[in-house]
Design a protein around this ligand. Structure first.
Ligand SMILES: [Zn+2]
Length: 151
């Protein structure tokens, strides 16, 4: 019944703690990203700390929007992400796959009021968060488009 989302890439990222906001936005565009990881678990490390003592992508931009743009350029993923591939396929909070669902499938979690304003949702089966495919989703699409197109 549920459609399993497709990921834009199999790359797995780990970010250092100061990049928590970037991590959330990397998940938003479908990139598997954690903030805490074993240094040896095969993830690609991303940091803004020049002294970070392991092979990594070192970001020089300030702010998560510019950092997202810089990293996607480094990884060669800007076009894929611009095309919307992977958008809202991972839970912004916990990095688990999001399932696109209809309101009636998760009615006991959202209540009737929320169903009146939305019919399409994304559901995380790990942390049980629900993201409506409503105004926040549209705002984030616009933010992403503005961010990727900024100079
Ligand atoms: Zn989750």
């Amino acid at each position: 019944m549920f459609v399993v989302p497709k990921y834009p890439t199999s790359i797995r990222l780990a970010v250092t703690p100061e990049l928590g906001q970037l991590a959330k936005h990397l998940r938003m565009v479908g990139l598997d990203t954690v903030c805490e990881a074993d240094i040896n678990d095969g993830r690609v490390w991303v940091t803004s700390q020049p002294e970070f003592p392991h092979p990594r992508h070192l970001l020089r931009s300030q702010g998560y929007g510019a950092q997202l743009r810089e990293l996607l350029h480094l990884l060669g993923l800007r076009e894929q992400v611009s095309a919307g591939k992977g958008f809202f396929s991972l839970c912004l909070q916990c990095n688990h796959a999001l399932l696109p669902v209809k309101g009636h499938q998760i009615l006991e979690r959202i209540g009737k009021d929320m169903l009146l304003s939305n019919d399409d949702f994304f559901f995380c089966s790990r942390c049980e968060r629900v993201f409506p495919k409503g105004s926040y989703y549209q705002q984030m699409q616009k933010w992403l488009s503005d961010t990727l197109n900024a100079q």
